[in-house]
Design a protein around this ligand. Sequence first.
Ligand code: MEV
Length: 437
Amino acid sequence: MNTPVEGFSKLSKNEKIDWIATHCTQDPAASKKLLEQYWNENRNLQKVHDEFIENTLSNYYLPFAVAPNFLINGKFYVVPMVIEESSVVAAASKAAKFWLNRGGFKTEILGTEKVGQVHFTYHGDPKKLKEFFAAVRPKLLESVTTITASMEKRGGGISNIELRNLSEKMKGYHQLHCTFETLDAMGANFINSCLEQLAKTLEAEAATYPEFGPDEHIEVLMSILSNYVPNCTVRASVSCPVSELATDGVNGLEFAEKIKSAIEIAKVEPFRAVTHNKGVMNGVDAVVLATGNDFRAVEAGVHAYAAKDGPYSSLTHATIENNTFTFWIEIPLALGTVGGLTSLHPMVKLALEILGHPTARELMQIVAVAGLAQNFAALRSLVTTGIQKGHMKMHLMNMLNQMGATESEKQQLIHYFKDHTVTNASVKEALEKIQSQ
Ligand code: MEV
């Protein structure tokens, strides 16, 4: 049914919708209606959304929720979360409340260094390249002053430019490995603009460098930030006497040991580590999305970090020492609270307001806490009741909606399933029973 189309991006929004509804769906009238139903009535707001990306047809909604009662470094936060998975916000809220009575979360920024690289080839004498770089370094920095001036005024900018010889890994491959401080901005545009200018200057200076022979020239392949930011990291932790951990019929020490063993498994077994860290990312991504940050960048960077010592491993850690249980996470997070979507998307603005207009450093700490809390909640369920009990309870509403239950049927069944096991079959059976009465 799908056919190639020329000049699609030049069609008006209505024309695009008509084309999609007619060429790609079974029921054009219903599809067109659906696409239009999700428009925002506020035309200005819809325009903002339309202009985020190319070929916008409609909006795609996800729930915006909050998890209250997060005590972080002695300060209370209500944490906004955007996520579709039923149990995540409930789990975050439960974990926040659990640690609220045990001293709350403590966090520490370990670094805020961002990275970008100019990748180039040079097939000449590496010693000459080093000399060239030493001579040209001030010119490189000079060439980006118009880009860096405003960031520098606020205390940021380029913190270092290093020449790296990677020709042993790939013939002729070298790079400028640059580090940046981008303050409250995630910094992607700033970094990429700097890198592209550095690349131009590098090539131009090389072309006239008298020491290079005819075959010794620099050819830049690409200039781009790195989403791997192992020195832009934050640590979040919780700690309490083991005796205070008694939960769900399990005594404190037994519970602490079970959590520790669960983490040890994730440290040595990648199949488990991936799911363990997926649970962490349930919390991380939900806050990253709510605050308009780039969750793909965060995901890529965090998972690379999880494999930094070789095999893919747990992002969280736990110890039991002197009858004290300590549980912590260390993750890289390149986040921004200015620029990007932060001043454009009304819900992002609101999320940042709910968080009390955090700096990027503060947001890193909140996000790391959300990840740690989520992992705690998952492990707590896994080593005690299993996750399906809570998960299916939260999923009950989705099932009832799918089965077309009325409001009154939903209320009756929510009550019924307070002490019955939720499965697709048991919900269907209970609903049919009510409907037949
Ligand atoms: C589900 O979204 C996340 C969990 O699988 C995480 C975990 O297993 O640790 C429950």
